[in-house]
Design a protein around this ligand. Structure first.
Ligand code: KBG
Length: 525
């Protein structure tokens, strides 16, 4: 009996913001798209941010507990004997298997990469600004989310004074975040998820687009001459059936580890696959607002109305910041002399954080400094030819080391973290400055890097796998440079460029699939 068989213009594997960017652009351009994700759909709107639920809006602790259950280990520790002494373990690396991917619980921090320190030269410098603008629109990125919050303004003003030498684009400023205040209640925030990027495609019935949850692509089957993908094998975990999907174009965007894993499992193994892996070291601490800051706040005319209402409504509350005032979101961007990205905000608790019940959360601020490491060919994710992970795919293991230059940079970054903390207040006891467990940023990159040649890169500047006429990749794995800022905006910008390129290229292998045909319908058995 023949396998159930689906035809579509484009198959997209992975439904995070990058896969969603491909889908939206390609459907708008008249292509039929079938998108599959191995994980389940967790919300009515596909890929919605889970923090949009009221219960999580003002509690990082409660949301952290939910998120922990959605982080699945990527590997088992397997140090390479020959480099054992120098390697840093990435065994804490995780993936989220869900429609919407990591964007079901991300912080939404979406800065542009620094034009000189971070951006790749893979495409003309002049294109970046327009791509970034379009990506910001898709993700609804804005710098105004918490711009009037009391703690935000306290941090912003204090750090602007401390770092008076930073000016123009390097200055202390508002952090760009993919989220919007809700019009019906400005104390609540609607966080961007893959559903936001999908836009109209996230509505119930949209012709030209089908999203199938719990459908895992286990193999892309190359044509006999190896020059293109012939079809894909997809396991429907709701029925345990294997489907055969035939598409003109294949896009894989399921994360910086699971994307090269699928290529490896498919026997598509360019020399750079999994290599040049980068991950950002993070220096972290928490402070409690100093008395001087709080005294300044008490007499600041910008806060007078809110503080008076707080005192009148809650006379027994010793803290003058209202409970529903939003968190700070302050940014010191990467610059030439400061190759690290600084976020001053509140986020999910790290596992080593002991919440002190005696300290009111409104007075606590997180300082997260993300560092840059240079790409090195020897830093890599490997895939096993024998061991399988729980999804039956080649098991991953990591080899990752820091160079002397990388280490020196992180020490400068740590000193800078201490400087900022000293300006804001005393350390929260138990949360003094430290480097956190590697991989906590969830920003692994470089494993399917973009570049000018097939030896040192996996995809060309159009995001197409070298030597494969109809296979495109998306995601942080494509970023070929060392970066310190959060990667999602750059990956969405890169996906926009790739999807537009696919549309311009036309239907090179059309097997008679019309652009208006509804994809995802079994056509033969
Ligand atoms: O604070 C976040 C940060 O915004 C981010 O992008 C990364 O994914 O994780 C951090 C928490 O470790």
């Amino acid at each position: 009996m023949r396998r159930p068989h689906i035809e579509t213009d484009v198959l997209i594997v992975g439904s995070g913001p990058v896969g969603a960017t491909f889908a939206r652009t390609l459907v708008d351009g008249g292509r039929s798209v079938l998108m599959v994700d191995a994980g389940p759909q967790l919300s009515r709107r596909p890929g919605e941010h889970l923090k949009n639920h009221l219960a999580y809006q003002h509690s990082h602790e409660r949301f952290g507990t939910l998120v922990r259950g959605h982080l699945h280990p990527l590997s088992r520790p397997a140090p390479a004997a020959d480099r054992a002494g120098e390697l840093i373990s990435l065994a804490a690396g995780v993936a989220t298997y869900a429609v919407g991917g990591m964007a079901t619980h991300w912080t939404g921090v979406t800065p542009r990469h620094h034009p000189v320190v971070e951006r790749s030269g893979a495409f003309p410098a002049g294109e970046w600004d327009a791509l970034y603008r379009d990506a910001e629109t898709l993700l609804r990125t804005d710098t105004g989310l918490t711009a009037d919050a009391i703690s935000h303004l306290l941090v912003l003003d204090t750090l602007a004074a401390e770092y008076a030498e930073l000016s123009g684009p390097d200055r202390v400023q508002d952090l760009p975040i993919a989220a919007e205040r809700r019009a019906d209640n400005p104390r609540l925030v609607r966080w961007t998820g893959a559903d936001t990027v999908l836009g109209p495609l996230a509505e119930d019935d949209h012709s030209g687009f089908v999203l199938r949850e719990q459908h895992q692509c286990t193999r892309l089957v190359p044509a006999q001459d190896g020059s293109r993908v012939d079809h894909a094998e997809i396991v429907d975990h709701t029925t345990s059936q294997t489907l055969r999907v035939e598409a003109n174009t294949y896009v894989v965007a399921c994360g910086a580890v699971l994307t090269p894993q699928l290529l490896y499992a498919s026997g598509i193994r360019p020399a750079a696959l999994g290599r040049y892996l980068t991950e950002q070291p993070v220096a972290f601490c928490q402070i409690v607002f100093g008395d001087d800051l709080l005294e300044r706040a008490a007499t600041d005319p910008r806060f007078a109305g809110r503080i008076a209402a707080q005192r009148a409504g809650h006379p027994a509350d010793p803290v003058l910041i209202p409970a529903d005032d939003l968190d700070p979101n302050v940014w010191i961007p990467v610059s030439r002399d400061r190759p690290w990205h600084c976020q001053i905000h509140r986020d999910l608790p790290y596992d080593d954080m002991a919440a002190d019940p005696g300290t009111d959360g409104r007075l606590v601020v997180d300082l997260r400094w993300f560092g840059l490491v240079d790409p090195a060919r020897a830093n890599r994710v490997r895939f096993s030819d024998t061991a399988k992970d729980v999804y039956g795919m080649p098991e991953a293991s990591f080899e990752f080391a820091l160079s002397d230059e990388d280490r020196a940079r992180q020490h400068r970054m740590m000193a800078d973290l201490r400087r900022a903390a000293a300006a804001l207040g005393p350390y929260l006891p138990g949360s003094e400055p430290r480097f956190v467990v590697p991989t906590l940023p969830l920003h692994i990159a470089g494993t399917t890097r973009m570049g000018p040649d097939p030896d040192s890169s996996v995809v060309d500047p159009g995001s197409r796998v070298w030597g494969m006429e109809n296979l495109y990749l998306g995601g942080n794995g494509l970023i070929p440079t060392g970066t310190a800022s959060n990667p999602t905006l750059t990956s969405v910008a890169t996906a926009l460029r790739a999807a537009r390129g696919i549309l311009r290229a036309g239907h090179p292998f059309s097997a008679g699939r019309s652009s208006h045909e509804r994809p995802g319908i079994p056509v033969s058995r």
